[in-house]
Structures are given as structure tokens and as C-alpha cells.
Design a protein around this ligand. Structure first.
Ligand code: TRP
Ligand code: SF4
Length: 326
């Protein structure tokens, strides 16, 4: 069976954008591939090295979010990156053969370094982010890597590093990974900007229902619809994008009609959305509570799965060592 691998940086509670952008896909891949999913805590540290104290609780929060949506430790190999030292060793070996210029011209590197003003990102760890990511992937011979479009430049670097390794050492140790892109529905934040925890405009998977209700009730709508008597246009309304994801056909046509001829108000429209959104989140939050009761220590909970990942990684690194006579 082909292998799939993906990771996420533990930077805070996950929101519905993460679910429809990644996790939903991860869940369904579990039944078709041998999946490895890991908590990329070293990657989180590349930008968050000034606040390492948060990482213990962040790892746990993310694991709980994953499990709550159906990522299953009995189906997939779930593990913590920093508890698998072989990633670091392979990263080191790959760093020998990776030209710095490949990293300097990586678009995500340039963008984040120039955009982020509150942190100093001139550190080596941040520059070498794609090399560590390459080690994460090829250490498992993963063929497919489900990621968002923003990660494609990193994957291209991974493929180049693999080719360079094979060329230099006349070996075919690794698999050239391919990105797996999925259709991602548009879900903006409640203020109409991109959904992001840092903007405070996201609907978190584990968010309190009262708080969600409040956010949706004040959510941005078609701004041309100022009065209840003004007709609106669902095609340009972020609330309607949510209906596309959470509501059934009947509800969607009811809302479309009512919006266009001012038959319903935005509050009526949002009430339907709130009902459906909460119905979607209820089983997720119940499952999360079950796991909150079971899981005390993340490492204990993942120990068998972690061990499996570490063994696979060790095997690859031993082969790489032989090739490099080290
Ligand atoms: N860079 C990825 C992100 O920010 C996280 C990540 C680290 C990753 N290593 C990976 C994703 C390996 C896929 C494969 O989302
Ligand atoms: Fe948007 Fe619904 Fe209001 Fe129409 S009725 S503008 S779709 S919130």
C-alpha cells in the first residue's frame, strides 16, 4: 500500500478552515493508504523559538483536535516529530547536499520573512525549514503528501533534494514525493477576511456554542444589504459560503430566494446556519471530551504508534548512513 504522510505545526486550536482544508481529507485517506501523521513541533519552533514553554499544551490540543474529527490511532501512525531523533539526523545529512540558494529563493521563506515583523526570522532553522520537511517525508518513503497549495514550493525542494541525493550517490534510496491537493471550500473569517486564529475571526472546532452563535450573529454579510427590505446577493455573501458547506439543498434554495427578494432577513438566514454548524460540531466536541478524559500524557497515548514511526525512520537513516559511509 502506498504511503501518505503529512504534518501540522502545533500553533493553537484548529478551526473549521483546517477541517475542510486538510483534516477531512486526512481522515478519508486513512482508509485508502498507510498514513503517517505527525505533530511538527520542531517546525513550530523555527518561528516560535522565543516561547518554547507553550509547546507541551499545544501538542496536546492539536492531538485532541485531530482525534475529535476522526483521525484514528488504530488506522494511522500518529507521532511527535521531536520524539523521533532520526528526522534530525536525516535533516543533517540532507543539509550537506542542499544549496543555500534553493532555500533563499523559496517563495514561502521570502514572504514570511518579509511579512512577519514581530519576530526575528534570520535564524538558520527557519531558512532550513524545507530541508527538515524533506527529511520528514522521505524518511518514510511517503509517496503522497496532502498539503495546501502554499506548501507546493516546499515539496518541489524536497523533490530536488531527492534527485540530488540520487545523482550524487548513485543510489535510489528515496521516493520522490508528490503533493495531494484537494478541493477546498471557501470559508472566510467572520469579519470577511481570511480565517485565522490571530484575527479572532475563526470558528474553532472546540469553541463554546454560545460564542459561535455570537460570532455568526455578528458575521459580515453582503454589505450592500443594509436594511431588512434591501434585497441581497448570496453569491457575494460570506455567510452563504458557509451554507454551501453546512446546509442542505432545500435550505440553500430557501435562503437564496429569501435573500434575493428580501423575503427573509439576515438573522433568519444565520439562524439556519447556526443550527447546522452546531449540529456538525456537536459529535466532534463530544468525541473530544471522551479523549480529554482518556489522555493525560501525549507521549504515553502515542507510544506504540511513535515506536512504529521511529523504527521505520531508523531503517531509512541506517541505509543513508551506509551510503555516506558514516
Ligand atoms: N510545513 C507544514 C505546514 O506548515 C508542516 C509540515 C512539516 C509538513 N513537515 C511536513 C507537511 C511534512 C507535510 C509533510 O503545514
Ligand atoms: Fe447573506 Fe443570508 Fe443576509 Fe443574504 S440573507 S445577505 S445570504 S446573510
Amino acid at each position: 500500500m502506498d504511503r501518505v504522510l503529512s504534518g501540522m505545526r502545533p500553533t493553537g486550536k484548529l478551526h473549521i478552515g483546517h477541517y475542510f482544508g486538510a483534516l477531512q481529507n486526512w481522515v478519508s485517506l486513512q482508509d485508502k493508504y498507510e498514513c503517517f501523521y505527525f505533530i511538527a513541533d520542531w517546525h513550530a519552533l523555527t518561528t516560535n523559538y522565543e516561547n518554547p514553554e507553550d509547546i507541551v499544551s499545544l501538542r496536546k490540543e492539536m492531538l485532541l483536535d485531530w482525534l475529535s474529527v476522526g483521525i484514528d490511532v488504530n488506522k494511522s501512525t500518529l507521532f511527535v516529530q521531536s520524539k523521533n531523533i532520526y528526522h534530525a539526523e536525516l535533516f543533517l545529512l540532507l543539509s550537506m547536499i542542499t544549496p543555500v540558494s534553493w532555500l533563499e529563493r523559496c517563495p514561502t521563506y521570502k514572504e514570511i520573512r518579509d511579512e512577519v515583523k514581530d519576530k526575528d526570522l534570520s535564524n538558520l532553522g527557519f531558512l532550513s525549514y524545507p530541508v527538515l520537511q524533506t527529511a520528514d517525508i522521505i524518511i518514510y518513503n511517503a509517496k503522497y503528501v496532502p498539503v495546501g497549495v502554499d506548501q507546493l514550493p516546499h515539496l518541489e525542494i524536497s523533490r530536488e533534494i531527492v534527485r540530488r541525493f540520487h545523482f550524487l550517490y548513485k543510489s535510489e534510496l528515496f521516493v520522490e514525493p508528490e503533493g495531494l491537493l484537494t478541493k477546498v471550500p471557501k470559508l472566510l473569517g467572520t469579519d470577511g477576511r481570511k480565517m485565522s486564529k490571530s484575527y479572532g475571526n475563526a470558528i474553532m472546532l472546540s469553541e463554546d456554542f454560545k460564542s459561535i452563535e455570537k460570532k455568526i450573529k455578528t458575521m459580515m454579510t453582503d454589505t450592500n444589504r443594509k436594511l431588512r427590505t434591501d434585497p441581497g446577493n448570496p453569491d457575494i455573501c460570506p455567510v452563504f459560503d458557509y451554507h454551501k458547506v453546512f446546509s442542505n439543498e432545500e435550505e440553500k434554495s430557501y435562503v437564496t430566494e429569501g435573500c434575493k427578494n428580501a423575503g427573509i432577513g439576515c438573522i433568519d438566514c444565520k439562524k439556519i446556519l447556526i443550527k447546522n454548524l452546531l449540529a456538525f460540531l456537536e459529535p466532534i466536541q463530544n468525541k473530544r471530551k471522551e479523549f480529554e478524559n482518556i489522555i493525560d500524557d501525549v507521549d504515553d497515548f502515542l507510544s506504540k504508534s511513535q515506536q512504529k514511526a521511529n523504527e521505520v525512520a531508523k531503517d531509512t537513516v541506517e541505509k543513508a548512513r551506509k551510503i555516506l559511509r558514516i
